[in-house]
Structure formats: C-alpha cells, structure tokens
Design a protein around this ligand. Structure first.
Ligand code: SAM
Ligand code: SF4
Length: 348
C-alpha cells in the first residue's frame, strides 16, 4: 500500500540526518543505523520459544570481553550507527554490564542506548543502569498469570518480574515498553489483559509473532502461530486504536490507544514482511556480525579484533564490506526451522 511505501521510505531515508559519508548503506539502499549488540548467550530463564530446555552455552573464552564489545560498539558508531540496543541472552546476567553501558552511553554520535531484558534482575540494577546512561528499556513478559509465566519461562517467578518492573518505574526511564511473544494456546487469551496492564502503568507494549529460530520440542510452531492481524482484532474490541506512522527505529508498527499515554506495537515477521525497511544488524555474543535474523551470513569480528588489536581501520572496513552482503529479506515459515540457531545465541 502507499502508506507502507511511505513508511519504508521514511525509515530508510528520514530517520538519519547524518552526513552521507558517515552512513552504512546496503545494496538495497537501506541505511543501517541500528545495532543490536548481544552481551551474552546465557540467561536466567529458558523461555520455550527461545531456547531448548538443555542449552549448551558458549565457553567464556569465546565471548567478546566487555572491552571488545565496547570497541565493536564504538566502531559501529564511527561508521554511522546512531542507536544501539544491548541484548542477549539476558544482558543483565553479564557481569560488568553497568560499566559497559557507562562506556557506550557517552559515545558521540550515539543518539540512543537501550536494552531488552526479561526484567528479573532490574530490582538490583535499574537505578544504576539509568545513572550509567541507559535510555529506553524494553522488558519482556508473555503472561502475568504466575503459573503461565512459569510455564513459558520454564522456571521464572512473576514476583521477581514485578519487583524488577517496579524498580524500573522508580528509576524513571524515559520510556518502558513491554514485549510479548504471542503463542496460541499459551497466552493468546491474555492479550487484552497485558495491554490493560501496560496502559495502567503508562508503558508501551509490542506484540510479536514467534519466529522459527532453533528447534523447539515444547510446542509445534504451526499450531501456536498467531498473526498480528488477529491480535489487533482482539484488541480493537476492547480499545479504540488509532493509526499512526510513529516509529521508534524498530520493526514495530504502532497504534495509539485513544485516551491513554500508551501505544501498541505489532511485530509481524511472519504475516507481514518488513524487511524492506530493515535498518539493523546484529553482533552475537561471540562477535559475529549477523546481517539478518533469517539468514546465516555473518562475519567473524572477534578474530579480526584478536588478530589485529587496535587496527580500527581493518575493523571498520570489515564491517563496511559485510554490509554489502546484507540479504534482501528473510523467508520465515513456521513449518520449517531453516535457522538452527536459537534467538538467545542470535541476540534478540
Ligand atoms: N532476555 C532478554 C529478553 O527476554 O527480553 C533479551 C533477549 S530475548 C532473545 C529478546 C526478545 O526476543 C524477547 O522479547 C523475546 O521474547 C524475543 N524472542 C525470543 N525468541 C523468539 C522467537 N523465536 N520469536 C520471536 N521472538 C523471540
Ligand atoms: Fe532468556 Fe530472553 Fe530467551 Fe527468555 S527470551 S530465554 S529471557 S533470552
């Protein structure tokens, strides 16, 4: 549709106002301005759609050190990335995470440093994260019902999540957004309640279609798939949703909820491909630059950093070169698991 084309154009052309020489542009003329930087593949939960029950995590020496993560982040900012999201695994289980936030937040040219977290460790860390310069915060939650929360996370306690969220509210982050992955038969009847909770707390909320990353034994993705159209339908029976072209630099399409401070986002990798507006790349916890969630091409930044320490030029050129191989799009199909890496190893 025309509106979609305008959106795509706006994301790829208007959101960055940098000098063209300081821009990463891929072969499909998309400006790459957003880096999702994974700091660990480990996690204090085992969400069924994200991980196998028994996971083999990376040995410590394979992980980038905090200094290496910082240097990689800085290299991307030098090349024109203006938004970094720290993720994982669970970023808050990485020791030294506050120091990393601190060292990246002040980087000139970086407009926004954000984090996606499951929230459980925020009780201890929210205040320090805010002080260190973290901007917005995305907190994941798929159910507010204690037994369901435990079932989806395999052993999480919703009480810890609430403590974390309260600490985040107290720390006064400029914006808090909840992330919900919707699975039919697990949490699809809770969509309106989750939205209600977000509205009551003046949070935003995004609903996400599950992607076929890694082989799951806990559920059949074809059976649990829910499309954003159906989610929107459910919500519009309860809330007055207003179309908007607002974006926050991610793939969410937003609608405002009339009479509230909240917006509701829809992330539809399966039902409505948004690759045309993709502005992002990912760096995994072991230092691979991954150009697309749904494709395997990546380059090994860790070996460049370790074999050529301090050679900024080489790192920058490797990144620039890799961007020229960014695939046009993914071809996710819930009935096939083409991508064997789980979301936690990818950096969600
Ligand atoms: N541990 C943090 C958290 O849960 O927010 C950050 C990492 S997690 C991998 C990032 C986001 O990816 C979460 O919102 C999670 O729900 C989502 N996610 C994980 N596996 C997914 C999948 N297969 N499809 C869609 N979203 C997924
Ligand atoms: Fe951990 Fe986040 Fe994956 Fe859940 S979604 S297992 S919290 S990394």
């Amino acid at each position: 549709s025309l509106l979609l084309k305008i959106r795509i154009w706006a994301v790829t052309h208007v959101e960055t106002n940098q000098h063209p020489a300081k821009r990463l542009i891929d072969p499909y003329n998309r400006t790459i301005s957003y880096l999702r930087l994974s700091v660990t593949d480990r996690c204090n939960l085992r969400c069924t759609y994200c991980m196998a029950e028994k996971m083999q995590f990376l040995p410590r020496q394979k992980l980038l050190t905090l200094e290496e993560i910082r240097d990689v982040g800085k290299a991307f900012v030098t090349l024109g990335i203006n938004k970094i999201r720290l993720t994982g695994g669970e970023p808050l289980v990485r020791r030294g995470i506050i120091g990393l936030v601190d060292s990246l937040a002040s980087e000139e040219g970086l407009d926004e440093l954000t984090m996606t977290t499951n929230g459980l460790l925020l009780e201890k860390k929210a205040k320090d994260l805010k002080l260190a310069g973290l901007g917005r915060l995305n907190i994941s939650v798929d159910s507010l019902i204690p037994e369901k929360f435990r079932q989806l996370t395999r052993f999480g306690d919703i009480k810890d999540w609430h403590k974390g969220v309260n600490a985040a509210k107290e720390a006064q982050f400029s914006n808090i957004k909840l992330n919900v992955v919707v699975l039919k038969g697990f949490n699809d009847l809770e969509i309106c309640d989750l939205a209600e909770y977000a509205i009551a707390n003046e949070f935003d909320i995004s609903f996400i279609e599950e992607m076929p990353l890694g082989v799951t034994k806990s559920h059949d993705r074809v059976q649990t798939q829910v499309c954003c159209g159906d989610i929107k339908q459910q919500l519009s029976q309860k809330f007055e949703l207003i179309e908007t072209i607002e974006r926050t630099g991610g793939p969410s399409r937003y609608m405002r909820v009339a009479g509230t401070k909240s917006k509701i986002g829809f992330i539809s990798p399966i039902s409505e491909n948004f690759c045309g507006a993709c502005n992002r790349v990912r760096v995994t916890a072991d230092g691979r630059l991954l150009l697309c969630l749904g494709n395997e091409n990546s380059i090994d930044l860790k070996s460049i950093i370790r074999n050529h320490p301090g050679d900024e030029n080489m790192l920058n050129e490797a990144i620039r070169g890799a961007i020229q191989n960014k695939p046009e799009r993914h071809y996710f199909d819930p009935s096939r698991t083409d991508i064997l890496r789980f979301m936690n190893t990818t950096g969600g």
